[in-house]
Write a protein that binds this ligand. Structure first.
Ligand SMILES: *[C@@H]1O[C@H](CO)[C@@H](O)[C@H](O)[C@H]1NC(C)=O
Ligand SMILES: *[C@@H]1O[C@H](CO)[C@@H](O)[C@H](O)[C@H]1NC(C)=O
Ligand SMILES: *[C@@H]1O[C@H](CO)[C@@H](O)[C@H](O)[C@H]1NC(C)=O
Ligand SMILES: *[C@@H]1O[C@H](CO)[C@@H](O)[C@H](O)[C@H]1NC(C)=O
Ligand SMILES: *[C@@H]1O[C@H](CO)[C@@H](O)[C@H](O)[C@H]1NC(C)=O
Ligand SMILES: *[C@@H]1O[C@H](CO)[C@@H](O)[C@H](O)[C@H]1NC(C)=O
Length: 487
């Protein structure tokens, strides 16, 4: 990273990271600070340790922390049942010469044998699967290995039914026989059909690449989730971006099974999402060379989207709407990030009182900022001019933080607050004089205060809650998400 700084780069993309660390002990956070100080934007992978809570890497507020979402592309195979039902799944192996006629469908797990249900090695020895389509449940072995077991036993095709925990989340894989990996609900439909007739039949249909699926983006189960452990007063991850089945160039042949020398591969991970955001940051830096790393980050975050292509809230693997600890400010929307209207800027020195307020000694802070620090000024974490809020409230608490926005939109513009949401039991008051932000020039800064209150008569449900507020002027929307911890 120091060498890249020396080279004069504008953007860094780092698809790496370890467990949560104090920033003063974290070489990535320390190196990233030096980069940001020189005006370099730093994008980091959030980690692939989800869906467990507090599973993030790279939690420092001076970097962008990127979670992984699906994209609207499927490598589609469908299951055709004897009752004419068609259920969509995925597989990367789609041979041209496969006969799509309906064959007998067998479910080795129909009598409750767990090993046979997931087509474990040896479990199909006493079951006649020759020339048949075999239904296997995920979980016993890798999906491709299950396919090998089915193929070795003489099966012609395989259907893999997902479990309830990862539900809608399926993958296209390089199977050794015609196959379709279907979601949990589709698996239940297939089992219902299987139960409904004494001679069940099925086939696999190959559909190739399908784009424009309406339920995307979704959050991948592996994408690391908040809350932020190293700095609970900063909401992380910051955003999500494309990180699932990304067609990526590879340094050597990856396809050992079909006798080709393919040097492209579908790869999934926040390691794939992080460079997408670095690329978008590079475009924004190209369009707005004067923008600081914090300005670029703010532009990406305040314009993020919380809905999938069908207009419904973004979902995760169990088909439930995601929370703010999975998507942060939302899914990146590059054209909107190009015109954010207002931004929350942060100067490198602003991180010093923040780090002191986080409880770091002057020596700790010096390790990061590489200059003499005495911590004579401290601020609470949530007082950093961040484009989102992570607020912790005890019963009856009232906490006030200020924010300063810089106008990068139209000179004459008046922003009003729309679309405020807080969980039951909490309330918010935004104090700007008056209740709007009126700008008369570009680069003008205006400040306001936000007060978060928790009822003394507690009615809050969980240990965590979420909300948001949005400043609006014409086409510009500046959205700030909140996470609440109810202590
Ligand atoms: C994770 O956080 C959510 C709130 O966002 C909460 O409902 C859930 O119980 C938490 N899970 C664990 C394992 O802490
Ligand atoms: C199918 O039948 C089996 C055995 O009677 C039962 O355990 C199972 O729940 C049924 N499955 C569905 C999806 O109806
Ligand atoms: C690829 O195939 C060759 C020859 O069958 C084998 O020796 C090698 O181990 C395989 N590599 C991988 C990564 O599976
Ligand atoms: C793959 O590459 C190797 C080494 O370059 C070559 O010998 C082999 O013929 C190639 N195989 C195919 C299927 O193109
Ligand atoms: C602490 O540092 C600040 C900024 O460098 C300086 O203005 C101030 O005098 C210092 N305070 C003490 C007690 O050394
Ligand atoms: C902004 O509004 C003021 C007063 O209405 C006007 O004098 C000024 O020309 C406007 N500036 C721009 C850039 O439109």
């Amino acid at each position: 990273m120091d060498a890249a700084i020396e080279d004069g780069v504008n953007v860094m993309s780092l698809s790496l990271g370890g467990p949560s660390l104090r920033f003063s002990e974290d070489p990535l956070a320390i190196a990233a600070f030096s980069a940001v100080e020189k005006g370099i934007f730093v994008s980091f992978a959030a980690g692939n340790s989800g869906p467990l809570n507090s599973s993030l890497s790279n939690e420092a507020p001076w970097v962008l922390t990127v979670g992984a979402s699906t994209i609207d592309r499927r490598i589609r195979t469908s299951v055709l049942l004897g009752n004419k039902q068609v259920l969509d799944g995925e597989s990367m192996y789609q041979p041209k010469n496969f006969d799509h006629k309906l064959c007998h469908l067998v479910y080795p797990g129909k009598d409750g044998d767990k090993l046979a249900a997931s087509c474990m090695k040896g479990s199909l020895d006493h079951i006649d699967v020759k020339g048949k389509v075999v239904l296997c449940d995920v979980g016993g072995a890798e999906n491709i290995e299950m396919g090998q077991v089915v193929k070795d036993a003489g099966g012609t095709a395989m259907i893999i039914a997902n479990d309830i925990d990862t539900g809608v989340f399926i993958r296209a894989e390089a199977h050794v026989l015609p196959a379709s990996f279907v979601g949990y609900k589709e698996g239940v439909e297939i089992k219902k059909y299987f139960n409904s007739t004494s001679s069940p039949v099925a086939s696999i249909l190959f559909r190739g690449t399908v784009v424009g699926t309406k339920t995307d983006p979704q959050v991948t189960p592996f994408s690391s989730r908040g809350p932020n452990s190293a700095s609970p007063g900063i909401l992380k991850p910051d955003v999500i971006g494309p990180g699932f089945e990304i067609l990526a160039a590879w340094h050597e042949s990856v396809d050992n099974q079909t006798g080709t020398n393919a040097t492209f591969h579908f790869v999934s991970g926040t390691s794939m999402a992080c460079p997408h955001l670095a690329g978008i940051a590079a475009l924004l830096k190209g369009a707005h060379p004067e923008w600081s790393p914090a300005t670029i980050k703010s532009a990406i975050m305040t314009t993020g989207s919380q809905v999938s292509r069908n207009g419904h809230p973004i979902i995760e693997q169990r088909d439930l709407p995601v929370d703010v600890f999975a998507i942060g400010s939302g899914h990146v929307n590059p054209p909107k990030a190009h015109e954010p209207g207002l931004v929350f800027d942060i100067q490198p020195d602003d991180y010093i009182p923040y780090l002191c307020g986080l409880g770091y000694t002057p020596k700790d802070v010096q390790r990061i900022v590489k200059k003499t620090v005495n911590c004579s000024k401290t601020i609470p974490e949530a007082q950093l001019n961040y484009p989102s809020f992570a607020v912790s409230l005890k019963r009856g608490d009232s906490k006030t933080y200020s924010r300063t926005v810089t106008n990068v939109g139209m000179a004459n513009s008046t922003y009003t607050i729309r679309d405020v949401s807080v969980p039951q039991g909490a309330s918010i008051v935004v104090d700007s004089h008056p209740q709007e932000l009126s700008f008369t020039s570009v680069h003008q800064k205006l400040a306001y205060e936000v007060t978060f209150t928790r009822d003394i008569n507690d009615k809050v449900k969980g240990p965590y809650g979420q909300g948001h507020m949005t400043w609006v002027f014409g086409k510009y929307t500046v959205r700030t998400p909140f996470s609440f911890k109810f202590e």
